[in-house]
Design a binder for this molecule. Structure first.
Ligand code: TYM
Length: 335
């Protein structure tokens, strides 16, 4: 008996420059999982416009993100890399799922509540964001969804929506599993280890962007908030969150074991920790930055890669949306 390879789907918004939280929580997992599974990675521009975007910036950032993902190791030969709006089934699937999703399920989402708090007038798309995300995942019969911890609730909601559709219309969807790493699931802000590193915080010192210069990385890490203690050990104690965050970043960039890292830093001070973390990040990001600088000079090649990805994605998503429409009772257009 041959086992069907697992389907993996994940998405990322083209709303601002990729930071090391996105890279370590999500992208590095996607790269490491390539080869044995069937991978779909989607640049979710429909999601990005749930928050106000400047059109020229959104346009530029979509290609920049494609270039960065490829530079970070996403291989278009092994992964279907595509832009969400190029595959119409995502918006159509969202509509069908909207019509079976109770409003109360969406109002409970912590990310919605958090983002809505900061808006004067809340857009409908922001509330609907997780239903579109459910459509993304379910259209590909995805078994696994590798994400950072902040997305766990959205994947659980996806399972609830899938279960509801299945019970109303018969078995249609695979129930996906969130795949969340132990280290890197929640990379914290360097200037505030109690807040998640976020794309929308532009305060200098908050984040390290994947294409920041070595000097900028040294500047940010040197000022990272730690604590008055001395121990350089992994710890779940909230009072030691700053040091723990730096150690996780070091762990994921060097690939060393926790025991080896603690032994390396035994008897050293926070100054040494920061120097070593900064250099590990610089070395880890250097090849990505170099490949990115090269790829971004050829937008036609990026568009070609994204066009191939969209064709491959449509080949999976279109039959699925037809299956959904048929189950709901629509007369299907003849092909
Ligand atoms: P986005 O673009 O906000 O985030 C992309 C990925 O980065 C992870 N992430 C983090 N991981 C660790 N530490 C952090 N500080 C950190 N910040 C962000 C996120 O968890 C995410 O995995 N809603 C998704 C986009 C999406 C999606 C999908 C994901 C749309 N459709 C379908 C999976 C499947 C998001 O948050 O994107």
């Amino acid at each position: 008996m041959t086992l069907k390879p697992k389907r993996v789907f994940s998405g990322i918004q083209p709303s601002g420059m990729l930071h090391i939280g996105n890279y370590l929580g999500a992208v590095q997992q996607w790269v490491q999982g390539q080869g044995t599974k069937v991978n779909f990675i989607c640049i979710v521009d429909l999601h990005a416009i749930t928050m106000p975007q400047e059109p020229a910036a959104l346009h530029r950032q979509t290609r920049e993100l494609a270039a960065l993902l490829i530079a970070a190791g996403i291989d278009p030969q092994q992964t279907t890399l595509f832009v969400q709006s190029h595959v119409r089934a995502h918006a159509e699937g969202c509509w069908l799922l909207n019509c079976i999703t109770p409003l109360g399920w969406l109002e409970r989402m912590t990310q919605y509540k958090h983002k809505a708090q900061r808006q004067e007038s809340v857009l409908t798309g922001l509330l609907d964001y997780p239903v579109l995300q459910a459509a993304d995942i379910l259209l590909y019969d995805s078994d696994e969804v590798p994400v950072g911890e902040d997305q766990k609730q959205h994947i659980e909601l996806t399972r609830d929506i899938a279960g509801r559709f299945n019970s109303l219309y018969g078995e249609t969807f695979v129930l996906p599993q969130p795949i969340i790493r132990e280290s890197g699931a929640r990379i914290m802000a360097l200037n505030d280890p109690h807040a998640k590193m976020s794309k929308s915080d532009f305060t200098r010192g908050h984040a390290i962007r994947v294409n920041d210069s070595p000097d900028e990385i040294r500047w940010v890490v040197k000022r990272a908030v730690t604590d008055p203690g001395r121990d350089i050990t992994f710890s779940a104690d909230p009072a030691r969150a700053g040091v723990n965050n730096l150690l996780q970043i070091y762990e994921l960039f060097t690939g060393q074991s926790r025991a080896a890292i603690e032994a390396h830093f035994a008897g050293k001070g926070y100054g040494a920790l920061k120097t070593d973390v900064a250099e590990a990040v610089i070395e880890g990001l250097r090849p990505i930055r170099e490949r990115y600088e090269h790829l971004i000079t050829d937008p036609a090649e990026l568009d070609r890669i994204l066009a191939v990805g969209a064709t491959q994605a449509r080949a999976v998503a279109e039959p699925k949306i037809r299956e959904m429409m048929a189950k709901v009772g629509f007369v299907l257009p003849t092909l």
